[in-house]
Design a protein. Structure first.
Length: 318
């Protein structure tokens, strides 16, 4: 009986391989050189203004007003997009090349994971649309089946990974975006310090604590660089019911930048995460709670002495 089952299994495997060899006619690209493999999409990433991805982990969508505008994540949640991730995602269309073209009847697409598809992607621009469906990997695990315009191709499997990332990986990580030339006031309070600087003309003046010091422009530039480099490490909660669990409180460990016209850019540091070198943070732009690297509070809440312009050979520090 056991011998019979082995025989039947061998027949099934042989039949499957025969189907693959006979029913799926493999057509090699015209060019033998890898660089001559035909591109599947004739589209430049800068031409797209929308992209939608349907996958098992949920729908993903990004869009921008025009080719010069910033990308925004619109699904599963509205948020500025990570420009590097958006650029990489769209550049994938340039990288897709046909490793092989397969003669697969429409009635047999399900055998390749293409009906229903495992992944559906559509990108649009003002005058073009690029779309495809993706199915299973091939037996070598190197390529994946791609359906475009009714034809099935093999394309490098790793390229599809770009469309399968978690939604948070496509979110922008800049926390405080502002035009530093428009900022007229700097205030921060925390770590036992309260420091306020005001721009008068082209010079910065220390108002809190009031000191008759000349403020070094390079020190202010360094401060702005550190603030603009403040990045999200972890997206914690987009709609927290309370800020207390994160140690966040308005007026405590607070940074406020005021621009011409009164616009304010605010940020608060909270408590440190357990077992991680990360500190809770939120901005005044929305309810979301994030984390940043725990060194940032110390970097930003500087001793006011660090802004003072030192005269040549002045080592007194007074």
């Amino acid at each position: 009986m056991r011998t019979l089952w082995k025989t039947l299994l061998l027949v099934a495997v042989t039949a499957g391989l025969g189907y693959y060899a006979l029913k799926v006619d493999t057509k090699k690209p015209a060019g033998e050189d890898d660089e001559k493999r035909p591109q599947l999409f004739d589209a430049k990433p800068e031409a797209f203004t929308k992209i939608a991805v349907v996958r098992a982990k949920g729908r993903l969508a990004l869009e921008r007003a025009d080719s010069n505008a910033d990308w925004r994540l619109t699904e599963p949640k509205a948020f500025p997009a990570n420009p590097d991730e958006a650029r990489t995602l769209l550049s994938t269309f340039e990288n897709f090349r046909a490793e092989r073209e397969l003669d697969v009847p429409a009635t047999e697409l399900s055998a390749f994971g293409l009906d229903p598809a495992k992944l559906e992607v559509e990108a649009k621009g003002a005058t073009l649309t690029a779309a495809f469906k993706a199915g299973d990997k091939d037996p070598s695990d190197t390529y994946r089946y791609l359906l475009k315009g009714g034809k099935v191709y093999l394309a490098s499997a790793y390229l599809f990974d770009r469309f399968e990332k978690e939604a948070d990986e496509y979110r922008g990580r800049d926390l405080l975006a502002f035009d530093r030339a428009a900022i007229e006031k700097i205030l921060y309070r925390g770590k036992g310090r309260r420091v306020g600087l005001v721009k008068e003309g082209e010079a910065w003046v220390l108002k809190d604590p009031a000191k008759p010091w000349r403020i070094a422009p390079s020190a202010v530039d360094t401060f702005f660089n550190q603030v603009t480099n403040l990045k999200v490490r972890t997206f914690v909660d987009d709609a927290p019911k309370s800020l207390s669990p994160y140690g966040l409180k308005a007026g405590d460990q607070e940074l406020v930048l005021t621009a011409k016209g009164g616009a304010e850019y605010k940020g608060w540091f909270g408590s440190k995460m357990k077992d991680k070198d990360e500190t809770y943070f939120k901005t005044g732009a929305g309810p979301g709670v994030y984390t940043v690297t725990s060194t940032w509070p110390e970097n930003i809440f500087k001793d006011p002495m660090e802004f003072r312009e030192k005269a040549p050979f002045d080592v007194s520090g007074s």
